[in-house]
Design a protein around this ligand. Structure first.
Ligand code: PHE
Length: 330
């Protein structure tokens, strides 16, 4: 039995599992061991001691050392396979990247913080009064129609712009107020290369005594200088129900420097934001004395600005979460 056990364990492949080898050993010798043990019990008392010692010797001096020797061979083989290769090049680390729109928002927020603005937020589900009524929209304004606005019910909608947070801010804080409001807005649009049903806006609002259009122009021009570099800006008259007068700000095209390209549709200018002096009716709706205070506001789309800055041909790139696109912004 001892010889057979030595042969089995000595010939076993060190790659084989220990319990598999023990199983084979058992299958070969267990029956005979059991028979021996039984026979021991039937021996006369005088012979039993020597026979018992011989039996134990089989286990402790033959089988156990052969098993230990097999395990040693196993450990040696495993160690050889796992040796550390110090010449192996290091694995490349994965780096996360902020989404291009997040990068633009963070940068814009940083610039306006330097200019003395704080950051505020408001709800994305709004009432028609905050979204339209408080902002001086006439009762029959086309923006309120079902085909432009996503209604959640009779008195609830998804805000179509961040301007309702102007009213909410003025209701909560006494002027002077200088606040920046980044957030998601919703419109009843289908996805196409230049439209999305949900996108980000950044609202800005400054209200104090003696604020004039000069503050608006100089602050927004300074922002453009800091964000776009040495940007040349121009203001064009525009219209919003909640500002009077209203103006859109353009900056000279980033892609062609003003000579005219596909990015700016040949005009040399890129439209960046809508702005204007806060309409007195908006101040009054929020409980602010429009005889004492004046203010200005703007709204811009950081997604559009990201498209201009990075030369993106299709707004849907910003929504696909395709890593091949996103990893370029790491
Ligand atoms: N709320 C306007 C829009 O969504 C932008 C705007 C904000 C214009 C503030 C003027 C002042 O188009």
């Amino acid at each position: 039995i001892g010889e057979e056990a030595r042969d089995i364990l000595g010939a076993a492949d060190p790659g084989e599992r220990l319990d598999a080898v023990k199983g084979r050993l058992n299958a070969a010798i267990a029956d005979r061991l059991t028979a021996l043990q039984r026979a021991l019990g039937k021996l006369p008392h005088d012979n039993r001691r020597d026979a018992g010692q011989a039996f134990n010797h089989l286990k402790t001096a033959v089988i156990d050392p052969a098993l230990a020797e097999f395990q040693q061979r196993q450990a040696a083989a495993k160690g050889a396979g796992e040796r550390v290769d110090l010449s192996l090049p290091a694995r490349e680390a994965w780096r996360g990247a902020r989404h291009p729109v997040t990068q633009v928002v963070d940068e814009i927020v940083g610039i306006f913080r330097e200019l003395g603005f704080t950051v505020a937020a408001g709800p994305e589900a709004e009432t028609p009064w905050y979204n339209f009524g408080s902002l001086n929209f006439p009762a029959d304004h086309p923006a309120m129609e079902l085909h432009d606005t996503l209604y959640l019910g009779q008195d609830a909608l998804l805000r179509t712009h961040t301007s309702p947070v102007q009213t909410r801010t003025l209701q909560r804080f006494e002027p002077p107020v200088r606040v920046l409001i980044p957030g998601n807005v919703y419109r009843r649009d289908f996805f196409d290369p230049s439209h999305a049903p949900a996108f980000m806006q950044i609202e800005g609002l400054a209200v104090d005594e003696g604020i004039s259009f000069v503050d608006l122009k100089s602050t927004l021009s300074e922002f453009a200088r800091r964000f776009f570099g040495s940007a040349v800006t121009r203001f064009r008259p525009s219209f919003f129900p909640f500002t009077e007068p209203s103006a859109e700000m353009d900056v000279q095209c980033l892609l062609c420097g003003g000579s005219g390209c596909a990015g700016c549709k040949g005009t040399g200018w890129m439209e960046i934001l809508g702005s204007g002096m806060v309409h007195p009716a908006v101040l009054e709706a929020a409980g602010v004395d429009s005889e004492r205070y004046t203010g200005w506001a703007f709204g811009m789309g950081p997604g559009r600005i990201a498209m201009l800055r990075f030369g993106l041909p299709d707004i849907r790139l910003l929504y696909d979460s395709d890593v091949r696109f996103l990893e370029q912004f790491a």
